[in-house]
Design a protein around this ligand. Structure first.
Ligand code: KG4
Ligand code: ZN
Length: 338
């Protein structure tokens, strides 16, 4: 099944063309095209994403991004159009939905709604080769993005239970807010990672929130506040900035890794899935992969380019739901969850 997919939930205008096969038994994907037009430069002066601007940029960019993915003659081989219906910024989502609806109508193709978080969760499947075995189950899934921090227990590839999530800020949001405290531009995650390379991660003992509690929830706003208090009355030198970035990054990531491994023990998991924008973080990728292997767990994560928002993962989510017979309503659902 060949799917043209569209993603506009936040500040990336993304379109992909993906060949999917194998059903729920052996889902395998070939990404034929994957284009992302980033709006980072447009939002940077505001220190975060401006919804109205995001919508305007999506509407402006969609025709060209889509045109670089699919030509008129390609449509005869396309089976469906997929679009993110949520979660995300409502008016940004509508930009993608309206565009996708027009395309589907014009080319007489079915329109499939997709859940952005399912896209992230399934993004590691994009790298599975035909010859590789399916991921081992049960699995623990850690989905970490700008808006979400969720732990899931996956019983099968299409059935899961949410076992924990953040009670306040998402971990990506904490990276973005701490970056701002350090005078670094938006988005903060990659900036903190870069600055942290020059810092000493052991120099400041920031808290590992909720690490000793017997649940799988997270809380990152206290960690951010600790950084705020630590910086108060201090002169922000480049050494201090690097040490704070490194120590904060270490605290946030150790918390994620520890809770994920504890969840894997509790649920007798055989593997761990890592996904979402924060999965682009090098320390998180390395630390969780190492810890999972030490515990005898298989570890799956998306390629770097499929960690942050993209449309290839939206095609995967749409395909999995199509195979499962699950349909999303084609309307913006800002608060959709897993
Ligand atoms: O999944 P995503 O692209 O968009 C949402 O669905 O939210 O995630 C964006 C988040 C931002 O908070 C960004 O700072 C964070 O992912 N991020 C990172 C890194 N790259 C992106 N956080 C830590 N380290 C990174 N290298
Ligand atoms: Zn995302």
């Amino acid at each position: 099944m060949r799917i043209l997919s569209i993603e506009t939930s936040c500040d990336e205008t993304a379109v992909a063309l993906v060949e999917a096969k194998g059903g729920l038994k052996k889902p395998r994907f070939k990404v034929l095209k994957n284009e992302v037009a980033s709006q980072i430069e447009v939002h940077r002066p505001y220190g975060g994403v401006e919804p109205g601007l995001a919508r305007r940029e999506h509407i402006k960019n969609l025709p060209a991004v889509c045109g670089s993915v699919v030509r008129e003659k390609d449509w005869k081989d396309i089976d469906a159009v997929a679009v993110t219906v949520g979660p995300g910024l409502e008016i940004a989502l509508w930009a993608g939905i309206d565009f996708a609806r027009e395309l589907a109508k014009k080319h007489k193709k079915p329109l499939l709604g997709a859940n952005h978080l399912e896209g992230h969760l399934y993004s590691p499947l994009l790298s599975l080769k035909e010859s590789e075995k399916n991921p081992k189950l049960p699995a623990i899934g850690l989905v970490v993005s700008g808006g979400h921090t969720i732990l899931l227990a996956l019983e099968s590839i299409d059935r899961w239970k949410k076992i924990g999530e953040t009670r306040d800020d998402a971990v990506g949001e904490a990276f973005d807010k701490v970056a701002r405290l350090l005078g670094l531009p938006y988005p903060g995650g990659p900036e903190i990672q870069k600055v942290a390379e020059k810092g000493n991660a052991e120099s400041i003992d920031f808290p590992r929130p909720m690490i000793h509690q017997r649940n799988f929830d997270f809380s990152f706003s206290g960690l951010k506040t600790s950084v705020l208090y630590y910086l108060r009355d201090k002169k922000l030198t480049s050494k201090l900035r690097a040490d704070v970035a490194a120590s904060f990054q270490r605290a946030a990531i150790e918390t994620l890794v520890w809770k994920t491994i504890k969840a894997a023990w509790a649920h007798k998991a055989k593997s761990v899935f890592l996904a979402g924008g924060v999965a682009a973080n090098k320390l998180l990728r390395e630390t969780l992969s190492k810890r999972a292997k030490e515990e005898g767990l298989e570890f799956y994560m998306p390629e770097f380019k499929y960690s942050t928002d993209n449309a290839a993962m939206i095609a995967v989510a749409a395909y999995m739901n199509h195979e499962k017979g699950k349909k999303y309503r084609i309307k913006a659902q800002a608060n959709l969850n897993l």
